[in-house]
Design a protein around this ligand. Structure first.
Ligand SMILES: Nc1ncnc2c1ncn2[C@@H]1O[C@H](COP(=O)(O)OP(=O)(O)O)[C@@H](O)[C@H]1O
Ligand SMILES: [Mg+2]
Length: 368
């Protein structure tokens, strides 16, 4: 169709970040170069059903025009038929949290043999999982706060021992569900007596919980955009308005401030950019990620906190702002993401073809 690339822009979804995703997709739709791309809006409602084409287009148009009033919508089908009928050249998932950022949509695209932007299945699942992420940081020798893990089963069976393990770390502690986001279910534990309640709260969201040493200091974020070579942006800073960067800070009030760029000296900028690229590589990321750090005020060290494989893309979001400051405009960010998606798909097809050849040999009558 008219030589343009058909981009399936997927938004909404089943996570608590449904609205943010719709707003992000609205601003992505506005930044995609219409001389190169045909934008195909694809909306997933809160229960996981896909909206029909007309509804998805209307929701996206409304989100672009009035980002403060995101319309509710409901889907009609288990799966958008356009995923399977050759309508799409590439999928651009702008979904946050579970069932979007966690490898599930990516797996769907793999099964359908559709190119998609951003991290692959494994890296998406790993970035969503704080325990796996931190094990891989440690394995790569990258600095991250000390931590312990607790499962629901362990907590049920040997609670005293779990408390002893968690409290062996230095207070204050952060207790978090291992695989969520938006600060949901996270508590800061200032006192040993608060520990059990914090674990119970986190266990309400996931049966794996991570307990981390709290780091006093600043929160620094770097955008990484893949390419040859990947690019690390100038760092930004989140200044929480609450005791930590909690759910209310992120979505409910305007108490927190975003500084872009972060006030850091050139040596610190170079160091945090180096660690951002190392974190991106350690988790096997592709396409993009926002890499979040804690800057320890006691010794000036940057510690990796987490990577977000589909960061916010609203007009005030850090990811596009930081890349903009680093000289990569919003449209160019999207061009690069789509290029990476197509290049990976082509590479994977070649590798898949190579992987099939030995099987053909083995299947020959008389062999093996
Ligand atoms: N180890 C820590 N030390 C200090 N603050 C922390 C620590 N872990 C989390 N926080 C605070 O909690 C917020 C949310 O934690 P985070 O791990 O980023 O979860 P989410 O995936 O929900 O964003 C952080 O932005 C920060 O304010
Ligand atoms: Mg975070």
């Amino acid at each position: 169709m008219n030589g343009k690339l058909c981009v399936g822009l997927v938004f909404g979804g089943r996570s608590g970040e449904h609205e943010v995703s719709v707003v992000s997709a609205g601003s992505v739709a506005g930044a995609l170069d219409r001389s190169r791309y045909e934008v195909i809006p694809m909306g997933i409602d809160r229960s996981g059903r896909w909206a029909d084409a007309g509804t998805a287009a209307a929701v996206l148009a409304a989100a672009s025009a009035t980002p403060n009033e995101v319309p509710e919508f409901s889907g009609a089908t288990r799966l958008d038929p356009r995923l399977q009928d050759g309508s799409l050249d590439v999928v651009l998932p702008i979904l946050h949290g579970p069932f979007g950022e966690d490898g599930t949509i990516q797996g769907l695209c793999e099964v359908l043999d559709l190119p998609y932007a951003g991290c692959g299945v494994a890296a998406s699942a790993v970035t969503m999982d704080k325990v796996l992420s931190k094990r891989l940081f440690r394995e790569a020798g990258l600095p991250t706060p000390r931590f312990e893990t607790l499962t629901a089963a362990e907590w049920g069976r040997e609670r005293i021992r779990c408390e002893a393990r968690g409290l062996a770390l230095r207070l204050p502690l952060f207790v978090k569900p291992a695989r969520l986001g938006s600060s949901v279910g996270i508590s800061k534990v200032n006192d040993a007596e608060e520990f059990a309640g914090a674990v119970e709260l986190a266990l309400g969201y996931d049966d794996l919980v991570i307990v981390e040493e709290g780091i006093p200091g600043r929160e620094i974020e770097v955008a990484v955009l893949d390419g040859e070579p990947p690019l690390a942006s100038l760092p930004g800073e989140v200044v929480p308005g609450h005791e930590f960067y909690d759910y209310a800070d992120k979505y409910l009030d305007d108490a927190c401030r975003l500084l872009a760029p972060a006030p850091l000296d050139p040596g610190q900028v170079a160091e945090v950019q180096r660690l951002a690229l190392a974190g991106f590589a350690a988790l096997g990321c592709e396409g993009m990620a926002r890499v979040d750090f804690l800057l320890d005020r006691r010794d000036g060290r940057f510690l990796l906190n987490e990577l977000n494989s589909i960061p916010g893309f609203t007009s005030i979001s850090m990811f596009p702002r930081l890349l903009g400051l680093s000289g990569v405009g919003f449209g160019e960010v999207l061009d690069r993401l789509i290029e990476c998606a197509l290049a990976r798909h082509a590479r994977r097809q070649r590798l898949a073809a190579a992987a099939l050849r030995p099987l053909e040999v083995r299947a020959r009558p008389g062999a093996g």
